[in-house]
Ligand binder design. Structure first.
Ligand SMILES: [Zn+2]
Length: 366
């Protein structure tokens, strides 16, 4: 026992000095981040994120106007294609942040839940572990505490955690009733209380829309509600959930899938620009981006689920003041379940102390 503790002390001391020697200015983990934003866009494949538009899917079966779509998204190399599709991710995040999930770089990102659809994926992301009880998108309010609920109980963060999403399941996934985390989601509950001009107008927009999907609102009105809310106040912990990428994929519309992915990239660029212009949040905010599940290969791209091979692979990205600009991470496999502890660690808190089942934080820190 004694020998072991001496050994551990040596390892700790050596480990510390080695880490100190690596950086010019030793920095405690996540010393600068005060605000965390997590953005998930539903069911956007790692294939499009890393390789851009897929030539085998740019055909009449999935695309209304193939000539127009090729003009928008087809380029000669995967690098040029992904930059055309996601210019913020590949122009800004890849240069100043980090990306995970590139299988070609030995960095697969996997989900643990075997169901490979949304509620289990979001729950795994927010809690840090797979709970096999959560086996349907219609599942009851989450029996597990999410990292959002836990942070919302923290005296310094209470009332400063909020979620905006287009899918109306998030109130259950974050368990608003128990957690007290405000969740603005779906067509009916997308707008916060209050009758200022924007909120009143947005309530009309949500109500008046011809609803393409009953349980998922369009991304654009949600974005407008979010813009307006951020003008009033910045949550310390913000979740944003976009849904069109998944819905258009299920409809077999590769054109709309790509366009909605590109639109999410524009939203991210706008959000990051706003973060970096606002003196409260500038250089004090970490933005995390990911998805809830992957999709199948080839013609199975429209689908995901337990029997769809490939839907277990995802991707993620991060940019912020505590994250060195390592770009596409090499030989660094990760898991969806690591996100919850990452969010907490960015705010100097240890989620695994509260939830021992949770996976460790992503290796994003100095
Ligand atoms: Zn889906």
């Amino acid at each position: 026992m004694k020998r072991l503790s001496v050994l551990l002390a040596l390892v700790a001391a050596f480990g510390l000095s080695a880490a100190g020697a690596q950086t010019t200015q030793p920095l405690p983990k996540a010393a600068l981040t005060k605000y965390v934003i997590l953005v998930l866009t539903d069911g956007l494949r790692w294939q499009e994120v890393y390789r851009g538009a897929d030539s085998t899917l740019l055909r009449r079966k999935y695309v209304q106007d193939t000539t127009a779509l090729k003009r928008e998204f087809w380029r000669d190399t995967p690098q040029a294609r992904r930059e055309a599709l996601l210019p913020f991710l590949w122009g800004t995040v890849s240069r100043r942040g980090q990306l995970f999930g590139d299988s070609a770089s030995g960095s697969v990102a996997q989900i643990m839940n075997r169901f490979r659809f949304s509620y289990p994926g979001y729950s795994e992301t927010f809690t840090g572990f797979f709970d096999p009880r959560i086996d349907s998108n219609g599942y009851a309010p989450n029996p597990n505490t999410t990292v959002f609920e836990w942070l919302n109980r923290d005296a310094a963060l209470k009332g400063r955690v909020a979620a905006y999403a287009t899918w109306n399941a998030f109130r259950r996934i974050i368990n608003t009733e128990r957690s007290g985390v405000p969740v603005y989601d779906g067509w009916d509950r997308g707008v916060p209380a209050g009758n200022d001009v924007v909120n009143s107008a947005m309530r009309n927009v949500y109500r008046d829309h011809t609803k393409l999907w009953p349980d998922v609102a369009f991304d654009a009105p949600m974005q407008q509600v979010l813009r307006s809310a951020l003008q009033r106040e910045w949550p310390r912990v913000l979740f944003v959930g976009y849904g069109e990428t998944d819905e258009y994929a299920h409809s077999g519309r590769y054109d709309m899938y790509l366009r909605s992915a590109q639109q999410v990239d524009r939203y991210l660029a706008e959000l990051w620009d706003r973060v970096q212009r606002d003196p409260r949040t500038r250089n004090r905010t970490t933005l995390l981006v990911s998805t809830d599940h992957g999709r199948g290969w080839g013609d199975e791209w429209t689908d995901h689920g337990e029997k769809v091979e490939g839907a277990q692979y995802i991707w993620s990205a991060v940019i912020g003041p505590d994250t060195p600009p390592l770009g596409v991470r090499v030989n660094t496999p990760t898991q969806q379940a690591q996100m919850a502890a990452t969010i907490a660690a960015l705010l100097g808190r240890d989620w695994r102390k509260a939830e021992p089942r949770a996976a460790p934080a992503l290796p994003i820190f100095r």
